[in-house]
Design a protein around this ligand. Structure first.
Ligand SMILES: CC(=O)[C@@H](O)[C@H](O)COP(=O)(O)O
Ligand SMILES: NCC(=O)COP(=O)(O)O
Length: 258
């Protein structure tokens, strides 16, 4: 049974990694990811997402620790691999969480070799190590979301490990929309979202979401709690400005029939 009053408007968390990538490409201080976050928050987004990695080619620990001071009522979501060791000035995900107290941590099994995140945790695998990490983040007061592939089943095992939400990896869905044959990819997202809802897990979604595909996803899965969007959002903002781009995303979220 699905009650409308259980469904707040899907939250938009703006991933500012791409701003850091542009800054890092010249080694200076511009563009400033913190300024982009300020602008996104002023435009009404509900949260800021960052995905620091040990190789620090994206957002860096020094950027992340500055974010809580500008959040106001908005949430910080830190994504990362809970098993990636500290390296150089990267202190590891748990240390970053202890320094910043984000509302949410999203656990992603990516490695340095990946260009970007391209798969989720497998709920059918041995989850004993993940269970321990989830417990550590929950003890820090964070909501814990686990990144999973669309089509993943057996989510009860993640719930049993203490996960609060899953984040559905929407890269294949976005590619399917671009190809014009979305049915199978959307069915995969829907199957995972339905199972999560039945288990009482929250549902987040992210990767390659854009103004071109977000409404399609939300029309099929209106109970999505949060979408985190970065790459396409900043690409679109090059042409239409960041505040205008965010207002367009908020309009898409507000239009979802509930
Ligand atoms: C976890 C996830 O879905 C990724 O989309 C990620 O956060 C994007 O990060 P990059 O922009 O650094 O590739
Ligand atoms: N969790 C997904 C995210 O934060 C942003 O992904 P993308 O929009 O940069 O692909």
């Amino acid at each position: 049974m699905f009650f409308a009053w259980h469904v707040p408007v899907t939250q938009l968390s703006v991933n500012i990694n791409k701003v850091a990538v542009l800054r890092n490409s010249r080694g200076g201080t511009d563009p400033d990811p913190l300024e982009a976050a300020r602008c996104a928050l002023a435009a009404g987004c509900h949260g800021i997402t960052v995905h620091p990695r040990p190789d620090q080619r994206h957002i860096r620990p020094a950027d992340v620790v500055a974010i809580p001071a500008i959040l106001g009522q908005a949430e910080l979501n830190i994504e990362g691999n809970p098993f990636a060791p500290a390296r150089g000035s990267y202190p590891g995900l748990l240390e970053l969480v202890r320094a910043t107290h984000p509302a949410q941590v999203t656990l992603v099994p990516d490695s340095d070799a990946q260009l970007t995140s391209d798969h989720g945790f497998d709920p059918s695998a041995d989850l004993s190590a993940l269970r321990k990490r989830i417990g550590e983040f929950r003890r820090e007061g964070c909501r814990v979301s686990v990144f999973v592939d669309a089509g993943s089943r057996g989510l009860a095992r993640l719930a049993d490990c203490g996960a609060d939400r899953v984040e559905i990896y929407t890269g294949p869905f976005a590619a399917a929309v671009a190809r014009g044959d979305v049915d199978a990819a959307l069915a995969d997202c829907l199957a995972t979202a339905r199972e999560a809802r039945l288990l009482g897990l929250g549902v987040n979604a992210g990767h390659d979401l854009s103004q071109a595909n977000l409404a399609t996803l939300l029309a099929a899965i209106p109970w999505i709690d949060e979408v985190s969007i970065g790459h396409a959002l900043f690409a679109e903002a090059l042409y239409e400005g960041l505040a205008t781009t965010i207002s367009r995303y908020l309009a898409i979220l507000a239009d979802v029939p509930r």
